[in-house]
Design a protein around this ligand. Structure first.
Ligand code: AMP
Ligand code: MG
Length: 417
């Protein structure tokens, strides 16, 4: 137990959660193969090659304000005539001596001008001559050519995931098309004789397949192309056939259910027949029956396979903490570091035995600083709390939760990247 100086007691045979995560990241190999897409299709794609600046940014010295461009030496004059008008989009002009230029945000500062005075600090007299209140420093309100980036500098590295700002950055350099890695192809299947398709009639005892719907959404959200293989029966032959089919053309096979150690759990022996298991069983609650394996010769040469638990919240957590970083690396990007920070618990609770527990919590901001409260029932089959939760309070194995004490909190929003 932590705090007593002795080693944390984890159920024998289970891998520590963070070790398992590190092993997932280390095991993932990036795919190759790219395509060119226009910026309109580039959102959330991964750059296959670096992109360099095509121009100095900004491209010319330009005004940061609506105002007047002038020479500092002429500022002392009683007032200056406005001799030029420079809107955004105008070419680069030269400021005549003895006058100032009306200028607008983004417009090229005329040659000879040393500063721009914002219009709020200016008085115009009846003849349209301009007088400035207060003084002005050299370079004030001028955005200098190349002050952000010089042509040829690195804009975005290979492996960057293209968010809205990155797409805008590319557009600002006139880049209309980029090389992105092809989408990761993931074959997805559920196993369980009890599972039926949502939208169909049910008899008692049957269970709607919620994991496949959830994983489909998560994989699409992560930018993957999903090959949906449906529900496979709890029968070794059916599973064998499904896995053999799944690895044809897929970069990753993902299945859910049947990976515990019950006699109806056939996933592991079938994987062992078609390939092998890298690890099975993680000291986390929910999410213990998680496995990383492969179909074929080895993890690096064959098709990797991630077996997620059947219990719906276990499946979700297994995706978020273990499968997602693997997918990210296989997609050619970096695994996002796990964000966690201390948050005070607003409840007390007996601690988990032998496994780290991920309590589904909401953050209550009523007091100004966040307090974690249970989002609802914590059973690994209870999707209600998982669907409400803002994140997880991570409780180390064999530690009790005491109200008012801080524990590590993992925001769930980080897993949507
Ligand atoms: P298993 O891991 O196959 O032993 O399943 C554990 C629990 O999760 C059982 O209650 C299953 O009915 C349930 N379960 C398994 N797969 C799914 C699924 N795809 N959708 C919803 N529940 C499932
Ligand atoms: Mg089952």
């Amino acid at each position: 137990m932590s705090g007593c100086g002795c080693a944390e007691v984890v159920t024998p045979g289970l891998l520590d959660l963070f070790d398992a995560r590190a092993r997932m990241i280390a095991a993932a190999r990036p795919i190759t193969g790219s395509e060119r897409v226009g910026l309109g299709e580039a959102a959330r794609r991964v750059l296959a090659e670096e992109v360099r600046a095509t121009l100095d940014m900004p491209g010319v010295d330009n005004s940061a304000m609506d105002g007047y461009a002038l020479r500092l030496a002429e500022l002392g004059a009683e007032s200056l005539p406005v001799v030029q008008r420079i809107p955004a989009g105008a070419g680069v002009m030269r400021l005549p001596a003895g006058g100032c230029a009306r200028i607008f945000t983004g417009a090229p500062v005329p040659l000879g001008a040393e500063a721009v005075v914002p219009q709020e600090r200016v008085h115009l007299d009846a003849e349209g001559r301009m007088r400035v209140e207060g003084d002005l420093a050299a370079g004030a309100n001028i955005r200098r050519r190349g002050e952000e980036t010089r042509a040829g500098e690195l804009l975005l590295p290979a492996g960057a995931r293209l968010g809205a700002a990155a797409i805008a950055l590319l557009a600002s350099h006139g880049v209309g098309e980029v090389a992105v890695l092809r989408r990761l192809r993931v074959a997805l299947l559920s196993t369980g004789d009890e599972l039926i398709e949502p939208g169909t009639a049910r008899v008692p005892g049957q269970v709607y397949d919620s994991n496949r719907a959830m994983l489909l959404a998560l994989l699409v959200q992560a930018g993957c192309e999903v090959l949906d293989l449906g529900v496979i029966a709890d029968a070794p032959l059916d599973l064998h056939q499904a896995f053999a089919e799944a690895c044809d053309g897929a970069d990753l096979v993902m299945c859910t259910g049947g990976v515990s150690v019950g006699e109806e759990d056939h996933v592991r022996p079938v994987i062992e027949r078609l390939g092998g298991i890298a690890f099975h069983g993680v000291a986390m609650k929910p999410g213990k029956p998680f496995a990383l394996g492969y179909l074929g010769d080895s993890l690096s040469d064959g098709t990797p396979l991630i077996a997620l638990p059947g219990n719906p919240v276990a499946s979700l957590v297994g995706w978020q903490l273990l499968a997602l970083p693997f997918v990210q690396v296989r997609q050619g990007r970096e695994a996002a570091p796990l964000q966690r920070f201390p948050v005070v618990a607003g409840f007390s609770r007996r601690g988990p035995k032998g496994r780290r527990e991920l309590l589904r919590v909401v953050l209550d901001w009523a007091a100004g600083t966040p307090v974690a409260r249970l989002a609802g029932g914590q059973g690994s089959h209870m999707l209600s709390a998982a669907s409400q939760a803002h994140g997880y309070l991570v409780i180390d194995a064999n530690n009790n939760v005491e109200e008012g004490h801080a524990y590590e909190y993992c925001p769930a929003a980080q897993f949507l990247d």
